[in-house]
Write a protein that binds this ligand. Structure first.
Ligand code: SF4
Length: 396
């Protein structure tokens, strides 16, 4: 076991993706995701922001500016997390040394709100961390209220304390909103309810971006990868959960030979084969969750065979690829059953928000994942659900 883990540490830490994550963190994806339309811009209405602005908040720029060193979770050879140092100035009274923003935070507070000040985003990240707020949900709800103010009639642009709700405005407004949300002060009391409930109260459901259960959208877009869209509507943890399945077979060409998955470059493939791939990858990620393993281990090169070997050395038991898939599928079904029984979740809830079914307003080289509607009945059949998306029987 010890020898195997030592060898794995070398393999994962020296792989091209492992090295890239160590150098640039998860934010190393900001530039490429802007290029392909996977990053949120203006509450997901746009599919791209100005390259020069985006460049200011990439992982590469962070490495040249505020990054002090890569920071690992215990014993991790990849060290994707960022330990940053920001000098005293506009955003920090004293020198700040601590964890810096990751891809999702930079996207939801940066491109999503049209803010390209990395130090300001580091402060927003720190505020959210200290106050116990999720940066994805917080960036989403602020993006939603900015759009509501822009559209007019739902909420005025000028609110309490002279704050102006507008894209790319003073980043200080966002920091103040974060604090208001945490303490439920003024407009923060409304925003603390999340995008779905805010839209139910003030209107704007057409541009309320969330998937079943009201969980806000991560910084990934079904209009960049159709397979994303299918996984977003079928994953069990709240809604558009980007950790429920890795998009790497498409995004970066990672093959999973043990599951018969080849590296891909056909992100708009509409064939039934995509349904199989999504199910297999969801099952694999469920196994990752159960083993409490980081999804970046997959990115950095941990194979299914490695997992089977680690399980053997840890438990003495022989697992197979089929067994892991069976376990992943069973856990997925238990989760779905709980959602069916306690949440009343059925096929009626497996829907993309309207915004995800609308073309990006400022580019025409991305596509709308209408295909999800065609895929869902196939997905239910392959998962052994009824046509309404309900688990028929549990095999536990
Ligand atoms: S365990 Fe995962 S999240 Fe933690 S530093 Fe390593 S790669 Fe990053």
């Amino acid at each position: 076991m010890r020898r195997y883990v030592r060898e794995l540490n070398v393999k994962l830490g020296s792989s091209a993706r492992g090295v890239s994550l160590r150098k640039f963190g998860s934010a190393g994806s900001v530039g490429i995701y802007n290029e392909i339309g996977n990053i949120p811009v203006r509450n997901f209405a746009w599919g791209r922001w100005d390259d020069d602005e985006v460049f200011k908040i990439t992982g590469e720029t962070m490495a040249k500016t505020i990054l002090e060193r890569p920071y690992p979770c215990t014993t991790c050879p990849v060290a994707c997390k960022r330990f940053v140092r920001v000098k005293p100035g506009k955003w920090f009274d004293k020198e700040f040394r601590g964890l810096g923003p990751e891809y999702e935070t930079i996207s939801l507070f940066g491109t999503n709100l049209l803010i390209s000040d990395l130090e300001a985003i580091a402060r927003m990240n720190e505020e959210c961390d200290r106050l116990g707020l999720d940066t994805i949900s917080t960036g989403n709800v602020i993006g939603f209220i900015f759009e509501a103010a822009e559209k007019g009639g739902l909420i005025s642009k000028e609110i309490e304390g002279g704050l102006r709700l507008e894209w790319g405005g003073n980043a200080d407004t966002v920091i103040k909103l974060i604090r208001k949300i945490a303490y439920r002060e003024g407009i923060g009391d409304l925003l603390a309810e999340g995008v779905r409930r805010v839209s139910e109260k003030i209107g704007g459901q057409d541009f309320a971006v969330h998937v079943k259960g009201g969980l806000e959208m991560p910084a990934h877009d079904g209009r960049a990868f159709f397979a994303h869209a299918l996984s977003f509507v079928t994953i069990n943890r709240g809604g558009a959960d980007h950790l429920g399945w890795p998009h790497m077979p498409w995004r970066g060409g990672i093959a999973v030979p043990e599951l018969g998955i080849n590296a891909r470059d056909d992100r708009y493939n509409e064939s039934e084969e995509v349904v199989d791939i999504v199910i297999k990858m969801q099952n694999l990620m469920t196994v990752y969750d159960s083993l409490v393993m980081c999804k970046y281990a997959f990115t950095a090169g941990l194979t299914v065979t490695d997992i089977i070997n680690l399980l053997k050395y840890t438990t003495g038991k022989d697992y197979t690829v089929d067994k892991l898939m069976e376990i992943g599928d069973r856990i997925w079904k238990i989760e779905r059953w709980i959602n069916n029984q306690l949440g009343g979740i059925t096929s009626k809830d497996d829907k993309l928000p309207k915004r995800m079914l609308t073309p990006h307003a400022n580019r025409n080289d991305t596509k709308v994942p209408y295909v999800v509607e065609k895929w869902l009945p196939i997905y239910y059949r392959k998962r052994g659900l009824t046509e309404d998306g309900v688990v028929k029987e549990l095999d536990v």
